[in-house]
Ligand binder design. Structure first.
Ligand SMILES: [Zn+2]
Ligand SMILES: [Zn+2]
Length: 746
């Protein structure tokens, strides 16, 4: 007898029934069972033939990391069995992700003769809800919220029938035994009790211009047709924030927007993420994402979405997270009514784990995750140390995570943890991961935070997790750079980390940093000259304050005063407080100021708005194709305390004197930063230069950067993010890698 240990993504993807059928077809005796961290298969003979066949045709969604074969001292299996889950395993735990409805289930959904005709909870061994309903591992029905819905006799027969698609499907259910949808009006009165009538009526109401809330996988969404965009903005006080649009199918989407092959493949991935697509040629979507270069689109992923489109005339609708601003997405039926909508389509299956839609954009160098969540977490990521470390990320757009035996498990997207509810959400998510992975408190080696002295989350979690482990406080941009090294499997690089703000080890606010990094140390090699943030955070909301600070310093060298500085009421106050304002090297603020100077956006109603809107201007064809005379305006690179600093004051002077425009300003700046990166990497003998931080989501900037680096030295590899978020959602990965490695090298 032989025992085969299969590790990887093998739970919740129909692996056990698959192994069962394969063994039966080969006439083998033995068994298959889930052990929480791996699948164990025992066969009585022909082990090689079995593994060959197994690897040739894996079930969709399965991903094998390793196959190990051992002798098994046991005899006498005449038949093959699926045994109940054991619970011995510990390493490489497989926690399944929610997976979009498969083609077979979709066909069955619209088969009028089938048992699951128009049934919104249809699923099988390869598709359906997983993480969002998972209470504990292994992924067995009694460990999910579906345990509240005992299966009927017919489902039971399917579950036990090896020839059935739903043989051993843990999420099996049908209209007789499964969860159901109900429809409520704005007064919480039940309108429709019949599941399918509820969905039909809801769809028609959306067609007719109602704003509805629908409970989906992992949370609630606001839905309406595109004509209602303005009302949606008014009611939910989101004056400028972009909404995501769901399209009926990929063909319809193609009629509206040009998509590349890679974007198409990404949209159709099992995780069905929101993909940001270029909207340049279409004014149709202007209201959806005002002044931005792109719109977030996605395709139906649950049976409910397909049913809605089936009953609706609309080919595309707004589907966006339902939440109170600053708070996590709503998951509980009662709380849905706190948001003002016309109709509520709610189901009675408990959401165990909230999980927002994932958001990404496809770039030349890879995939940039703005949010890595539904469909992508909590897949383990390989991390270069063996320690048990929890990392909590920074303060905004946070994810956390925990590592065990060289695998890092990220939480879902959490949000801004300066709000108490979001902070609690991070705590619950971490606790959940701890329980899935099976780490005891006393087994924790370290906890890792941002260096920032006043983050509330730091104090909060320190109290919760003391006194078992060591505490690490890690510089923000070093953590960004380390997350990129994890992403690209490197140990060392020169990195340009550009973002809005991160606390520097000199007490200033950093945001445009050339660093030499390993997981054990970092050195600040270059940056831009510092400038004051008049009014601190208020300068983030009103970028005119940034421009004003530069203008005040440079006004003797500026020939003609720009009209943008006329009529500023607070000018005297700003002048006075400038000297004692916090100092920064934030690239995000520089972009904000350029956006304001170009009169694109001078008032941020959401995080990063001016800089994001500025990308549209950078992306204009005439901008990208023109021959800018950068060399005439290259700013000087100063050296202070051994750190090279690009003199951005020179660029602002040229901008104010109208010698250059905003595009040239930016390309000169990026070129100078690239020059520092290349010089330093050549000095240090480092072959890789990375780009990370929130600003690197900007495709124009990342392309200019790569172009400049390779123009100077074509042999240098420029690396980007691919699976870990460029922005603050990736910081916890870097914190974790650093803390674990520091423990190991001691
Ligand atoms: Zn399916
Ligand atoms: Zn049933």
């Amino acid at each position: 007898m032989w025992r085969i240990i299969v590790r990887g993504i093998v739970e919740g993807v129909g692996f056990r029934p698959y192994a069962y059928n394969l063994a039966k077809s080969l006439g083998l005796g033995g068994f298959v069972r889930n052990n929480g961290s791996y699948v164990e298969i025992v066969v009585n003979r022909n082990v090689k033939g079995f593994i060959d066949c197994m690897m040739r045709q894996l079930p969709a969604g399965a991903k094998i990391e390793s196959v190990e074969v051992q002798k098994y001292a046991h005899n006498g299996f005449n038949d093959f069995y699926i045994l109940t889950s054991g619970n011995k395993g510990s390493s490489g735990i497989s926690i399944p992700c929610d997976t979009a409805i498969c083609d077979e289930c979709l066909a069955e959904l619209f088969d009028a003769d089938g048992r699951r005709y128009l049934y919104p909870f249809i699923s099988c061994t390869t598709c359906g809800q997983r993480f969002s309903i998972l209470e504990k591992i292994p992924f067995d029905r009694e460990n999910t919220s579906l345990k509240d819905f005992p299966i009927c006799e017919v489902c039971e027969n399917e579950y036990r029938d090896p020839r059935d698609r739903r043989f051993h499907a843990q999420t099996i259910s049908c209209p007789r035994c499964g969860p159901t949808y109900h429809l409520y009006d704005e007064n919480r009165s039940l309108i429709d009790e019949s599941c399918i009538d509820a969905i039909r009526e809801f769809s028609k109401a959306i067609d007719d211009g109602s704003i509805g809330i629908a409970k989906s996988w992992g949370g609630m969404h606001l839905l309406c047709n595109l004509d209602k965009t303005k009302s949606l903005r008014e009611i939910f006080r989101r004056p400028q924030k972009p909404f995501a649009v769901m399209f009926r199918n990929i063909e319809v989407l193609n009629e509206f927007v040009d998509i590349s092959e890679m974007e198409r493949d990404t949209l159709l991935e099992k995780g069905r993420p929101i993909v940001l697509l270029n909207k340049d040629n279409s004014s149709y979507f202007e209201e959806i994402s005002p002044k931005l270069p792109n719109i977030g689109v996605y395709l139906p992923y649950s049976a409910l979405h397909h049913l809605l489109f089936n009953f609706m005339k609309e080919d595309l609708i707004i589907v966006t997270s339902a939440n109170v601003p600053g708070e996590p997405m709503i998951t509980v039926n009662e709380e849905a009514f706190l948001l003002k909508a016309d109709l509520y389509l709610l189901h009675n299956l408990k959401i165990v784990n909230r999980v927002d839609d994932s958001v990404l954009r496809v770039a030349k160098g890879g995939k940039f995750f703005l949010r890595r969540s539904r469909g992508y977490i909590p897949f383990g990521i390989h991390i270069p140390h063996q320690r048990n470390v929890i990392s909590f990320g920074p303060e905004e757009n946070v994810t956390g995570g925990i590592s065990k035996e060289s695998i890092y498990y990220p939480t879902q997207y959490i949000g801004d943890v300066k709000y108490y509810k979001t902070l609690r959400y991070l705590e619950e998510s971490i606790e959940k991961l701890i329980s899935y992975i099976g780490i005891k408190r006393e087994e924790l080696d370290a906890i890792a935070f941002d260096l920032h002295p006043s983050f509330i989350s730091k104090r909060y979690f320190r109290e919760k997790f003391s006194p078992y482990e060591e505490v690490f406080e890690i510089q923000h941009h070093w953590a960004h750079a380390s997350s990129l090294m994890v992403d690209d499997d490197l140990d060392e690089m020169v990195c340009l980390a550009m973002d809005g703000a991160g606390y520097g080890d000199d007490g200033n606010i950093w945001g445009c940093e050339v660093l030499y990094t390993t997981f054990e140390e970092f050195r600040r090699l270059g940056t831009i000259t510092e400038f004051p943030l008049i009014g601190g955070d208020r300068a983030t909301k009103e970028p005119i304050r940034i421009l004003f600070a530069f203008y005040e310093t440079l006004k003797d060298e500026v020939e003609e005063k720009d009209s943008i500085f006329e009529g500023i009421k607070e000018a005297d106050v700003w002048r006075r407080v400038m000297k004692r304002s916090p100092k920064t090297t934030s690239m995000g603020r520089v972009l904000d100021s350029l956006s304001c100077h170009k009169k694109i956006c001078c008032n941020a109603t959401y995080d990063g708005e001016p800089a994001m809107k500025f990308e549209r201007y950078l992306n204009l064809k005439q901008m990208r194709e023109r021959n800018c005379k950068m060399e005439d305006f290259d700013p000087e690179i100063l050296t202070e305390d051994g750190i090279k600093k690009v003199d951005i004051y020179a660029l602002y002077r040229d901008l104010f004197n109208k010698d250059i425009d905003e595009y040239t300003f930016l390309s000169c700046l990026i070129k100078s930063l690239s020059t520092i990166c290349v010089e330093e990497s050549q000095n240090l003998g480092v072959e890789y230069i990375g780009l990370t931080g929130g600003v690197s989501y900007n495709k124009v900037i990342s392309e200019i950067f790569k172009g400049c680096v390779n123009a100077i030295d074509p042999t240098i590899h420029v690396v980007f993010h691919n699976s870990i978020p460029n922005g603050d959602g990736g910081v916890a990965v870097g914190q974790n890698a650093i803390a674990g490695r520091m423990l190991e090298v001691r």
